[in-house]
Design a protein around this ligand. Structure first.
Ligand code: TTP
Ligand code: MN
Ligand code: MN
Length: 664
């Protein structure tokens, strides 16, 4: 399955249903460990007990064995809870029934088998036999869908979106497109078909009309669309937000299955390609989007008594984004509904243009890249909708996703472009001054295979870690977490990756520039360019806020050798004069001994408090306030915070000790 290798085990009399496959298929997550997934969906975690301590727990006493048993139980219990919460069994069972594909094949096979299975089922009822086709790569091409050139910008006014309902399936139904209805050259004459009995598509192919013979594909599609409609109706009455998401996933899965019927006919290396069908579908689609755009722009004009001349600012495949030039959300929705009905009337059943939503405001960056506040009712927005923007890409650090998210929130929800710019500048300044928490900087990549020709950061790091400790180093298939560290000039990036834990323990300095230039700058400029134009780069990446930078010091690596260990006064930080190297304070600060000692003690106490609150949080998470925290879950930000604070405490303890034992 892609780069993943699976082993199949036959269970006689059982149907295996692997939740991991469900998650990999249907959910885009940063991590797929049971821990991370449980936290994401159930807000519950198991402790990650590192395998290296399992033996000790087992060999310990009844208490440690009890703990081990608890983890094992939780390992079994969490997947069951997840199956239930995600409604996986119910939804996959429905898919199995609708498509005739066995439950486990739904998890191990692709979309093609669903179409094939339905095709065979429909063919059988009509006494058709499906031709055996030897698939081969082919040069033959057909034209795809239209993307209307975007009029880029930040739109503060409402933008109405109209989109065809199940466009490709409806085209195939409306025009009776199928293998069994295709009229090949010469066939029309041979069969004595009249002009009224056939239809010529915009791609210049001919099909018989449904009155002559109804196609199998339209029949299959109607049943899939009916199932989607049922799912959409269930969605309409559901109130619980999480169940709504699941039901939406269900209707989406049925939608994709319906769209795969078109994909099946266009897949050259497939079971039964027929480019006359797929090419006709896209050709109809292109004429329809063109007609829709013209119709809207021709009708909604000042000349026809409307507030403004409507402009289609963007559109993709089967949708148009219309700027009616009105201020009110409600009015934009009204015009959108009216326009959708008006255009729908021009087409054959079941083709239907729908008013889908209003974006208000709308940030149009480029083709397939935009963000907007998504309204289906005038009262409140449904969500913030982002397409093609780095908010969830797992290869990026959380810093990027969080910064992008907050900036978009400020732009779209708070409608505060200045606030968004200020926020971005502040985060950049924090990054350059080393004030960003390390958990924000962790990048993860899957270790897929080790024979990459080009050197890659996570692969190099995995090798380095194997040399340090083969037992804990990442293995094939693991996601490798790393941060990019500062190094001598011209060191290639793949050499600069380091294990976050190692970085914490050894105070390795972070390469802030890398994060600014290779992670933050591109996505940031992209969202701010529609607002700031050419000035975006100089405002965001070159301003006053980038002048102050953290001094890079390290205990390890190339820079460590240059550091000499000279002690300085804990009061004024001045270098200690001869004879005072071991003392806490220089002669000048000595009179303030009591005050300065108090200060160090207070700092220590505050670190201890932070540590204990993190510790309690972890104990709560493991479900026991009486036991030691063993968790080593690398997906959890608290894990890194705990390590960091432990080190800070260590340093602080040493400072306190320099005052010597109390002399009272
Ligand atoms: P969409 O408008 O996303 O899908 P839709 O029109 O089928 O369904 P909806 O009612 O939700 O609007 O995409 C338009 C067409 O693009 C779709 O009819 C077929 C094609 N398409 C695919 O071929 N595969 C896909 O995965 C998607 C999403 C679309
Ligand atoms: Mn559509
Ligand atoms: Mn669409």
């Amino acid at each position: 399955m892609g780069r993943r290798e699976n082993k199949y085990v036959n269970f006689e009399g059982r149907v295996p249903f692997d939740l991991l496959f469900v998650l990999l298929r249907d959910y885009k997550l940063r991590s797929y460990t049971l821990n991370a997934v449980s936290y994401h969906f159930l807000q519950e975690q198991k402790e990650d007990v590192h395998h290296s301590i399992i033996t000790d727990l087992q060999n310990g006493d009844e208490q440690t064995r009890r703990r081990l048993a608890m983890y094992c139980l939780k390992d079994a219990y969490l997947p069951l809870r997840l199956l239930d919460k995600l409604m996986s069994i119910v939804n996959f069972m429905e898919m199995a029934r609708v498509t005739g594909v066995p439950l486990e094949s739904l998890l191990t096979r692709g979309q093609q088998i669903k179409v094939l299975s339905q095709l065979l089922r429909a063919a059988r009822t009509k006494n058709f036999i499906m031709p055996a086709y030897q698939s081969k790569a082919s040069e033959e091409q057909y034209e795809g869908a239209t993307v209307i050139e975007p009029k880029r910008g930040y739109y503060a006014d409402p933008i109405a979106t109209l989109d065809f309902a199940s466009l490709y399936p409806s085209i195939m139904i409306a025009h009776n497109l199928c293998y069994t209805t295709l009229v090949q050259p010469g066939m029309k004459e041979r069969l004595g078909l009249t002009d009224e009995q056939v239809e010529r598509t915009p791609a210049n192919n001919t099909f018989v009309r449904a009155e002559v013979r109804r196609g199998l594909l339209p029949e299959i599609l109607e049943s899939l669309l009916a199932a989607r409609k049922r799912a959409k109706n269930d969605l309409k009455v559901e109130k619980d937000p999480f169940r709504r998401k699941v039901l939406d996933g269900r209707q989406l899965a049925l939608k994709i299955s319906a769209n795969s019927v078109y994909g099946f006919t266009g897949a050259q290396v497939g079971k039964l390609p027929c480019l006359e069908i797929s090419g006709s579908v896209t050709a109809y689609g292109r004429t329809m989007i063109e007609l829709t755009k013209n119709e809207v722009e021709q009708h909604y004009k000042i000349a026809n008594g409307y507030e403004n001349d409507a402009v289609v600012i963007y559109g993709d495949t089967d949708s148009v984004m219309v700027n009616f030039g009105v201020k009110g959300l409600e009015r934009a929705m009204e015009l959108g509904r009216e326009a959708a009905d008006k255009v729908s009337a021009k087409f054959v059943r079941p083709i239907k243009l729908e008013f889908e939503k209003v974006y208000y405001p709308y940030l149009l960056i480029n083709k397939k890249r935009y963000a907007g506040l998504y309204f289906t009712r005038p009262e409140t927005y449904d969500k913030m909708d982002c397409k093609g923007i780095e908010t969830v890409r797992r290869d990026n650090s959380p810093l990027v996703a969080n910064l992008m998210n907050t900036c978009l929130q400020k732009l779209l929800i708070e409608r505060d472009p200045d606030g968004a710019v200020d926020y971005a500048k502040r985060v950049i300044a924090d990054l350059l001054c080393n004030r960003v928490d390390i958990s924000q900087l962790v990048i993860t990549k899957e270790l897929a295979k080790t024979d990459y020709t080009a050197k890659q950061a996570h692969v190099e790091l995995a090798n380095k870690m194997k040399k340090r400790d083969p037992g804990t180093a990442p293995k094939l298939g693991d996601r490798v977490p790393y941060v990019i560290c500062a190094a001598a000039k011209n060191t290639p990036a793949y050499m600069k990756a380091e294990d976050p834990l190692y970085v914490l323990e050894n105070c390795v300095p972070i390469d802030a520039n890398y994060y600014l230039e290779n992670q933050l700058s591109k996505p940031l400029l992209r969202i701010f360019e529609p607002l700031l134009g050419d000035r975006a780069e100089s405002i965001l990446l070159k301003g006053e806020h980038t002048r102050t930078r953290a001094v890079v010091t390290s205990k390890v690596g190339g820079l460590a050798g240059f550091m000499t260990k000279k002690s300085s006064c804990l009061g004024c930080r001045a270098l200690m004069p001869a004879g005072y190297e071991k003392a806490a304070l220089c002669p000048h600060c000595e009179p303030r001994m009591s005050e300065l000692y108090q200060r160090e003690i207070l700092a220590k106490r505050s670190l201890e408090e932070t540590f204990s609150s993190l510790w309690t949080e972890c104990q709560r998470c493991q479900g026991s306030l009486h036991e030691e925290v063993l968790c080593s879950n690398r997906d959890c930000p608290i894990f890194y915070m705990r390590q960091k604070i432990r080190m800070d405490l260590d340093t602080q303890e040493k400072r306190v000790q320099r005052f010597g034992p109390p002399d009272w």
